[in-house]
Design a protein around this ligand. Structure first.
Ligand SMILES: *Cc1c(COP(=O)(O)O)cnc(C)c1O
Length: 464
């Protein structure tokens, strides 16, 4: 297998084609082995080979542009795929974790990630969270002056090994998806650098705190073009240079450039690649790579998206107003963004027959619907596919990040089981359980089942 290809990244790269072949084989094997069927009508599948390849491509891309010996920590943004076995697999591939809540930190720790490979960012850290992070020695990026005050207090009361930085918002502008654009003028994240007095405040904050050694920015996610991302990184680098110059020593030793590499949801081609981004950065911010700064990255979607597939059985095939509608078991509970904002988040759908083989036949424009009880619960609308029939399977592709790992409990639909897969070396596919299918008993328990009579015990005075 040509591992270099996804980082070389040309359209038609073998790596992308092989991934599509593995996916088809995994769907067939999942049906054959009974992971998918009438009794388990929806699963999430994760391509272990593909995840390893993306991790290797990320490492190689930055190795290529950094001076020898530059410390680089690639911290996976846990929010993209918050699953412990995924974090463990990435750990084995040399990837750390970026966490943004007590839950995400607990997942990273459960996966065995050491504090030195963990970064805590979030806009709403409580004193208890900050205390725990500093006690563990996890890197922390302060979001705002009030948070830095809290850190001051904690640093006075106990020494910490944590590398600490400030998150800035270079305010370089929005990408195509407003809700995911973190570098707008009024974004809620970080210290807004172009606001009056903000830059001076940041410089003074470093001058007064010799333990502030990092600078962080994350200028957006899906929808932000590489050139705008590079502008954000360039502004962050320029600020680090200014701070170090004005303090008179290289106090900032590490720049955390965030994540946000966009993913191509329109085909199997990986574009842009990590190598593309690293090259753009090297061209626009050469000083960042000359060895004076360590680097932290926080990619999420681009590491996992193309390695996940959610496959759902067609329970019924019907027709309405002349349009065929396949009613499947995948909808808003596993593809929340797509269902609520289909224009911003279109997904590719693939059709498989009842044996899990790619479905043949002329393309027919049809709707692929989910199981939830509202009309907008559609994975795809007016989508050309071989006609889906009862007992077939529909697969939503590129759903390894921010989709089936982000269950939305509408209609109390159960969380689907998630399975990792890899070729078994003998022409078949092996599966490993990542997350069990949720049971209805668990749903009852999570829905107040232990407190069934709770509300009836409260009595309004004077009423009976
Ligand atoms: C969401 C987020 C990331 C990851 O973004 P992707 O688009 O998934 O790469 C990285 N850093 C921070 C601070 C984030 O909020």
């Amino acid at each position: 297998m040509d591992k270099g290809n996804s980082s070389a990244g040309g359209p038609g790269g073998d790596t992308d084609g092989e991934r599509a072949v593995r996916r088809d084989e995994a769907v067939r094997a999942a049906v054959e082995q009974g992971l998918l069927g009438p009794g388990s009508p929806i699963v999430g599948l994760l391509d272990v080979t593909g995840i390893r390849e993306s991790a290797a491509a990320l490492r190689a891309a930055f190795d290529e542009v950094t001076a020898p010996g530059t410390p680089v920590l690639h911290a996976f943004a846990v929010k993209a795929t918050p699953l412990v076995p995924v974090l463990r697999l990435l750990r084995e591939e040399g990837i750390g974790a970026e966490v943004a809540s007590p839950g995400e930190l607990a997942l990273a720790r459960a996966a065995g990630l050491p504090p030195g490979r963990t970064v805590l960012d979030s806009p709403a850290k409580t004193p208890a969270e900050l205390r725990e992070a500093l006690a563990l020695g996890i890197a922390v990026n302060a979001d705002n002056p009030q948070e830095l005050d809290r850190i001051d207090g904690l640093m006075r009361s106990a020494a910490s090994r944590s590398p600490i930085g400030i998150r800035v918002n270079p305010q370089v502008g929005a990408g195509a998806i407003e809700a995911l654009s973190t570098a707008t003028a009024t974004s809620k994240f970080g210290v807004a650098l172009r606001d009056e007095g903000a830059r001076e405040w940041v410089v003074r904050a470093y001058a007064e705190r010799p333990w502030l050694s990092r600078l962080h920015a994350h200028t957006g996610s899906q929808g932000v073009p590489l050139s705008l991302m590079a502008e954000g990184v360039a502004a962050t680098y320029a600020l680090a240079e200014e701070i170090n110059r004005r303090i008179g020593r290289p106090q900032i030793d590490t720049i955390d450039i965030g994540g946000g590499l966009p993913v191509n949801f329109a085909s199997d081609v990986t574009t842009p690649t990590y190598a593309d981004y690293a090259r753009v950065l090297k061209e626009s911010v050469p000083g960042l790579f000359d060895g004076r700064y360590g680097l932290v990255t926080e990619f999420g979607r681009s590491l996992l998206a193309k390695h996940g597939t959610v496959v759902a059985r067609v329970e019924y095939a019907k027709s309405a107003g002349g349009r065929p509608v396949a009613v499947t078991h995948a909808g808003v509970q596993v593809a929340t963004r797509t269902v609520y904002a289909p224009g911003a988040w279109p997904l590719r759908i693939a059709a498989y027959d009842g044996k899990g083989r790619p479905k043949e036949g002329p393309e027919v424009v049809q709707d692929v619907a989910g199981p939830a009880c509202f009309a907008g619960d559609l994975l795809a609308q007016a989508y050309p596919l071989p006609l889906l029939e009862q007992g077939d399977y529909a697969a939503a592709l590129d759903t390894g990040a921010y989709y089936f790992a982000h269950h939305y409990a509408y209609n109390s639909l159960t969380r689907p089981g998630i399975y990792g897969f890899a070729p078994d070396g003998a022409g078949g596919t092996d599966f490993a359980t990542v997350r069990e299918t949720q049971t209805v008993e668990e749903i009852v328990a999570e829905s107040g089942g232990a407190h069934a009579a709770a509300l009836t015990t409260l009595r309004t005075p004077g009423r009976r």
